[in-house]
Design a protein around this ligand. Structure first.
Ligand SMILES: NC(=O)c1ccc[n+]([C@@H]2O[C@H](COP(=O)([O-])OP(=O)(O)OC[C@H]3O[C@@H](n4cnc5c(N)ncnc54)[C@H](O)[C@@H]3O)[C@@H](O)[C@H]2O)c1
Length: 376
């Protein structure tokens, strides 16, 4: 989908109003101000970085609706189950994933400052938003950050059609001497549900190769796919795609790595146990697991050396010969940095479906807002 297509009909809203609206909406469903600010910060960061699938678009369906149907606790009580030098295990007690995630990465960074590396596993959590938020907490502290999370089962294994694994992002943040860090922040599937929702909101068919049906062939019917993904009648394809000719087994392997590291270190739920529905198809909590790793380059050859080499590698890649018809090579994190620069001036795009959702939330919770997209 072209840029113009994607943002056609959008209103543009400034960061501050959008973030404040998200915080106020979260507080209206029982989240305390401190936690609402953390969640608002993760969500607005997604919109700032141009990751439209995971910002304001997720506010109602993934957080507010789930709190309202009682499957996610707006009060986040974090319990430290184990804390042993460079490692720890936290229990989120079905609270807000962003809040537990932030605490866990803060602990991993503190441990890395003390011991060179830190790793924290989290159990009983919920959807934590963009994994890259936590990876850049580490890069902001001059550390390498790695994080992953399991999710509701949606990826089929290579040679399979059943949704077995979550979209399981495996995310790396690496400090560089460029104006922005290297941040590889993506799912281990070809695409993830949020992007399919973006296509759904735009009324577009999916590109082939993203979703596999039970007959083993690709599906492009966006609206039905969104329904079938929740009932298991369709599955996402692993990175590399359907079958093994284009290396689908590699994405499948990485998705399994994340599934194992997200669950096995904290004896947590995995795969079908994270379905989110009971046998009568009634929504139930699905206790997600995450892991957070921080590594201090200062303990190796020094932070400045690390940043210089990492930055040089990025620059040499970007400067290498382009394919015919292409004028740029990007390195991970660069598009998000550019989106941030653009949106800092112009604001974030809010499509009509999200405008409607914001009006609905405002009216439901009697929040004092009049939006720039409303007819006067
Ligand atoms: N919490 C969850 O359960 C969950 C699950 C899946 C995904 N997510 C989040 O969804 C977001 C989007 O995931 P996605 O899989 O759709 O990501 P994506 O396919 O949009 O890929 C994004 C990554 O690829 C890099 N990139 C994009 N184009 C590039 C290019 N031409 N050259 C080099 N690098 C390029 C970006 O810098 C970024 O690091 C992420 O923030 C992820 O953390 C969260």
């Amino acid at each position: 989908m072209s840029y113009a297509d994607a943002y056609k009909d959008c209103a543009w809203m400034d960061f501050e109003t959008l973030e404040k609206f998200m915080i106020d909406s979260l507080m209206a469903v029982g989240i305390n101000e401190t936690d609402a600010k953390i969640i608002g910060d993760v969500l607005i960061e997604s919109d700032k970085r141009g990751i439209d699938s995971h910002g304001i678009g997720r506010l109602k369906p993934i957080y507010i609706d789930r709190i309202n149907i009682g499957i996610m606790d707006p009060v986040t009580n974090i319990e430290v189950l184990k804390d042993d030098m460079s490692t720890a295990v936290l229990d989120g007690h079905n609270g807000m994933g962003h809040v537990v995630g932030k605490k866990a990465m803060e602990m991993a960074i503190e441990k890395a400052k003390k011991y060179g590396t830190g790793m924290v596993a989290v159990r009983n959590s919920n959807h934590y938003g963009i994994a890259g938020y936590f990876a850049t907490m580490a890069t902001d502290a001059g550390m390498i950050g790695i994080t992953g999370t399991n999710a509701r089962p949606s990826i089929a294994p290579t040679f399979g059609v059943e949704n077995m694994m979550g979209t399981n992002p495996l995310t790396f943040g690496i400090p560089t001497d460029d104006p922005f860090p290297f941040v590889l922040d993506c799912a281990t599937s070809v695409t993830q549900r949020g992007k399919i929702e973006v296509y759904g909101r735009a009324g577009k068919e999916l590109p082939p190769g993203w979703v596999i049906g039970h007959d083993g062939s690709t599906r492009t019917d966006t609206q039905q796919v969104l329904k079938d993904l929740t009932t298991g009648q369709a599955a996402l394809t692993p990175l590399g795609g359907i079958g093994d000719q284009t290396g689908g087994y590699k994405g499948f392997g990485y998705a399994m790595v994340v599934e194992i590291l997200s669950a096995a270190l904290q004896d947590g739920a995995f795969m079908k146990e994270l379905n989110g529905f009971d046998e009568n198809h009634k929504p139930i909590p699905y206790p997600l697991g995450h892991f957070f790793i921080a590594i201090d380059p200062a303990r190796f050859m020094g932070l400045e050396v690390f940043k210089r080499v990492a930055g040089t590698i990025c620059r040499q890649i970007r400067e290498s010969e382009k394919a015919p018809g292409e004028d740029r090579i990007y390195t991970a994190g660069e598009k998000e940095y550019e989106a941030f620069q653009y949106r800092s001036k112009h604001g974030c795009p809010v499509p009509p479906s999200l405008q409607k959702m914001m009006i609905e939330l405002r009216d439901t919770y009697k929040l004092n807002y009049s939006f720039n997209f409303e007819k006067k």
